[in-house]
Design a protein around this ligand. Sequence first.
Ligand code: SF4
Ligand code: ZN
Length: 419
Amino acid sequence: LKVTISEIDIPCSFGPAYEGERVRGKDLFCQMGGGKTQCTEYLEMADMNDIEDGKVTVDGPDIGDLSRGDVLPLGIFVKVAGREFQKDFEPILERQTHHLINYIQGVMHAGQRDIAWVRVSDAAVDKGFTLKDLGVVLHAKLHQDFQAILDKIEVVIYTKQEDVDALTAKARAAYKYRDERVDQMTDEDVDTFYSCTLCQSFAPNHVCSVSPERTGLCGAYNWMDCKAAYQINPTGPNQPIEKGEVLDAKLGEFKGVNDFIYKASRGAVTKYNFYSMVHDPMTTCGCCECIAAMLPMCNGVMTVNREFSNETPCGMKFTTLAGVMGGGASSPGFVGHSKYNITQRKFILGDGGLLRMVWMPKMLKEELRERIEKRAAEMGHPDLFDKIADETVGLTEEEIYPWLEEKGHPALTMEPLVG
Ligand code: SF4
Ligand code: ZN
């Protein structure tokens, strides 16, 4: 017996109309995540008998316990079960959190995974919004949109630091597992890539193309995930793209991809390359985990992750970069990408690959240390990690250049980045 939910029992208005709505500083009651606190979302398959459909628990302080301006750690843990449900579907359902929470009037959601951000407005709180409503929405909408595969959904909302930390640790292990499922695959192995147009409600011309060696820029969808999403919903936002003729193997240009994005962007984007940020890079939406930018003086590139709030050597903070680049345009010299993509073999390979990387925030570098070292060794530069500058070296090209020279960074002797 399938559960059908027609009404969503929350005190706020709800629907796609509110998706693009922002919650600005002057209207902000409270927030979770966004660099202020930990905010993690994780969806996991559970045993049918271990969960109670429709149960939503808030474990810890809720809106009523807060004062205006407060911040709170948040863990959104969704447990699902269904006879047709497969473990591979977890990332797809988890990613729905983004638009479903945005559907609530007066509540804003950005980011994904362990870098999510939820902002709640005064207006929502006046209407009686509580964190429990996040669970009510997820339960109702996941049933509605995925009724073919789901039978039971239970949601736990954690707001105590130790619980959020525990959920985050568990979620990170799952993200790692999901990411690594495409590790052994190459783009040459497959004839089909997948599109993702889930973000078009925010960035109307934006089309992510996802290949085994280029995960979605939000980091939440890789090739396997898109393939599974297409299986669940053949008319949904993840469509197969026949690669077709290889127009440029080095930059990663494919006839089939160009044809697809032309249609999917309604003519706004005619072509882009998978492996270049210099020449016709892929389009970027506001969800990207990182944004890479050229550093001409250093003959290299830098990248910055969402959590790093300081200035960077390209002269812009992450938020500024995201504001300029995140509308769905292809901006030569810049590209949004996932964290994981930095160490995928094809990462800006048409521009020289990881060996071009001259600056990263220390937190990002450390997070990826093992993988950077492995990939750099594969590329013949086992000591690259220690040659990548970070904010302790400098925040401008002028500051980092002498250091790179002293370390003998490979980018300085590579062919000019812009030919
Ligand atoms: Fe899909 Fe790209 Fe948006 Fe991720 S960023 S949800 S891959 S369109
Ligand atoms: Zn997006």
